[in-house]
Ligand binder design. Structure first.
Ligand code: 13P
Length: 287
């Protein structure tokens, strides 16, 4: 069923686990995620990334998720990830997203505060939850094929002011994490996270969860991360699966391999990534 995130994140914070959030776009990904978390009894965020949106995506994605959500018994948060403008936020809310992220990480502090505060105002009548970002999580986002965006670490003294002034429900922090494929292994700043968590009234979120060594993810979750975002690891796994499938089906005696077989394999590939991440997040069996 579809849910807002507040109670889920509160439980995660109290019990020191994290809820995994997966960016997804097509039926094969959505089903790969939901079938597996249903089996594992884990809550989940289904997240739509702005770079994946074309003119038909809003209604297609949201009507698909709304139509299938009640067939699952685990809590599903339908979340818009990394919106950088209020038009996208309004459209998502009108399409029944139960959670939105405003990403003001490229703005000066006061402008970030103002835009996030306005997001909270927009989301309130819909009963939707709001995530925002303080500091900047850099890396290779999907739009940035060339240069990596640099990180700006989140400052503990800014968190109190930010949360108070904006009224956001959760906060993405920058502690050495980055989006996309890491050119070298990340080194999460766990002492900094400890300070951030102590200063924050709201649950903290780790973006750029792909490619992070398991022991670092575990340490981050023990130190206060309550939501754990993953996209790249699914993209890499799906792409590798595509290549294997292409090789295998080249040998197929007919030129029309059955879609249910190869799409099913992609779905299971996504499911396996989901299971590994939910295990790491400690979210299995929480429903
Ligand atoms: P990765 O693609 O690095 O896993 O990051 C996903 C993310 O943080 C989406 O918000």
């Amino acid at each position: 069923m579809l849910c807002v995130s507040n109670e889920l994140l509160k439980d995660a914070r109290e019990k020191h686990y994290a809820i995994p959030g997966f960016n997804c776009i097509a039926d094969v990904m959505i089903r790969g995620i939901l079938d597996r978390v249903e089996k594992l009894r884990s809550p989940v965020f289904l997240m739509l990334f702005p770079a994946d949106i074309d003119e038909n995506t809003w209604w297609y994605f949201s009507s698909m998720v709304h139509a299938i959500a009640d067939h699952y018994t685990i809590p599903i948060v339908l979340h818009l990830d990394h919106a950088t403008n209020h038009d996208d936020i309004r459209i998502a809310l009108d399409h029944g997203f139960t959670s939105v992220m405003y990403d003001g990480s490229s703005l000066p502090f006061d402008e970030n505060v103002e835009m996030a505060r306005k997001t909270v105002e927009l989301a309130k009548p819909y009963g939707a939850s709001v995530e925002a970002e303080l500091g900047r999580v850099g890396g290779y986002g999907m739009e940035t094929a060339g240069n990596a965006v640099s990180n700006i670490l989140t400052q503990p003294d800014e968190i109190v002011k930010y949360v108070e002034r904006t009224g956001v429900d959760s906060l993405a922090v920058s502690i050495g994490n980055a989006h996309g494929i890491y050119p070298q292994l990340p080194q999460l700043d766990i002492p900094l996270l400890k300070e951030l968590n102590a200063a924050s009234k709201v649950p903290l979120v780790l973006h750029g969860g792909s490619g992070t060594p398991d022991d670092q993810v575990r340490a981050a979750i023990e130190t206060g991360i309550c939501k754990f975002n993953v996209y790249t690891d699914n993209r890499v796994a799906m792409w590798n699966c595509f290549k294997t499938l292409a090789d295998e089906f080249d040998q197929f005696e007919r030129g029309d391999p059955p879609p249910a077989v190869y799409l099913g394999r992609l779905q299971e590939t996504v499911g396996d990534v989901v299971e590994a991440k939910a295990t790491l997040a400690g979210s299995i069996g929480r429903v």
